[in-house]
Design a protein around this ligand. Structure first.
Ligand code: PGA
Length: 304
């Protein structure tokens, strides 16, 4: 069903109240080469959020840091001035989770980088959702490309872990994204939709899910997606949710971008209508730069 904008959306601050009139469907173009979604013209010169969720910025520290460097990072984050209209989360390595959650300001929530598919027990090397909650963790990342492509996790396993975490009350940052060869073969939407479907098939509800679109070729490479490339996939993901889950979920679920986001490129990316925040790797290891990325929410308030 093609939706055509017939009236100008009404905005209250950053929140559109009539966002359903804005999007063009992408799902039927899943085999096509990517192209600009230039058919959508803003009705007024204000950059707005297509979704109704709050801006969300996560810092994925990956397998980096020592007690000393992490203590300094926490000190920097605790003294950073962060815009209020942003959910901020950091994801330290497991061994420092307790240190971080007990010393970090309440303004920032803590995420794990992985969790087991079920209750704890005889699973050497694994960490259970119950243990994460016990130390104050609120989120967990699943489906990250490093776990998919280096560790070898598949959609089914990722889905199980996400479903268990959500059922037990953790928020899930659900990552999807295509390899360079998949993009070059025109399969970006196919890959992203398949990964998305694996989450959609098992999640109990979408209230605590944030989707992170992270093209694998952009992660840790310094080759950030252009704002248009990112926006194009984000709008396709939102349309997929609208068609396959519900309009409400499509509107409420945050779709954040990850892959070489830094203090210099975050502003232009944040201006894109369907980009609801970021998942940041390398640049999240520097407190002031991470704060700049969090505060890029202000770019959405600037006239286009
Ligand atoms: P990067 O990593 O910002 O270092 O590219 C992003 C991520 O892997 O989440």
């Amino acid at each position: 069903m093609e939706m055509v904008a017939t009236s100008c959306p009404q905005f209250t601050g950053l929140r559109p109240t009539l966002h359903n009139a804005r999007s063009q469907p992408f799902a039927q173009h899943s085999n096509s080469q990517l192209r600009l979604s230039s058919s959508r013209k803003p009705c007024r010169p204000v950059v707005a959020m297509a979704g109704s969720g709050k801006f969300f910025v996560g810092g994925n520290w990956k397998c980096n840091g020592t007690k000393d460097s992490i203590t300094k990072l926490v000190t920097d984050l605790n003294s950073a001035k962060l815009e209020s209209d942003v959910d901020v989360v950091v994801s330290p390595p497991f061994v420092y989770l307790d240190l971080v959650s007990s010393s970090l300001t309440d303004r920032i929530e803590v995420s794990a980088q992985n969790s087991w598919i079920g209750k704890g027990g005889a699973f050497t090397g694994e960490i259970s959702v119950e243990q994460l909650k016990d130390i104050g963790c609120k989120w967990v990342i699943h489906g990250h490309s490093e776990r998919r492509h280096i560790i070898g996790e598949n959609d089914e396993f990722i889905g199980k872990k996400a479903a268990y975490a959500l059922n037990e009350g953790l928020g899930v940052i659900a990552c999807i994204g295509e390899l360079l060869e998949e993009r070059e073969a025109g399969k970006t939407f196919d890959v992203c939709f398949q990964q998305l479907k694996a989450f959609a098939d098992v999640v109990p509800n979408w209230d605590n899910v944030v989707i992170a679109y992270e093209p694998v070729w952009a992660i840790g490479t310094g080759k950030v997606a252009t704002p248009q490339q990112a926006q194009e996939v984000h709008v396709a993901v939102r349309d997929w949710l609208k068609k396959n889950v519900s309009e409400e979920v499509a509107s409420k679920t945050r779709i954040i971008y990850g892959g070489s986001v830094n203090g210099s490129n975050c502003g232009e990316l944040a201006k894109q209508e369907d980009i609801d925040g970021f998942l940041v790797g390398g640049a999240s290891l520097k407190g002031p730069e991470f704060a700049t990325i969090v505060n890029s929410v202000t770019a959405k308030k600037v006239a286009a």
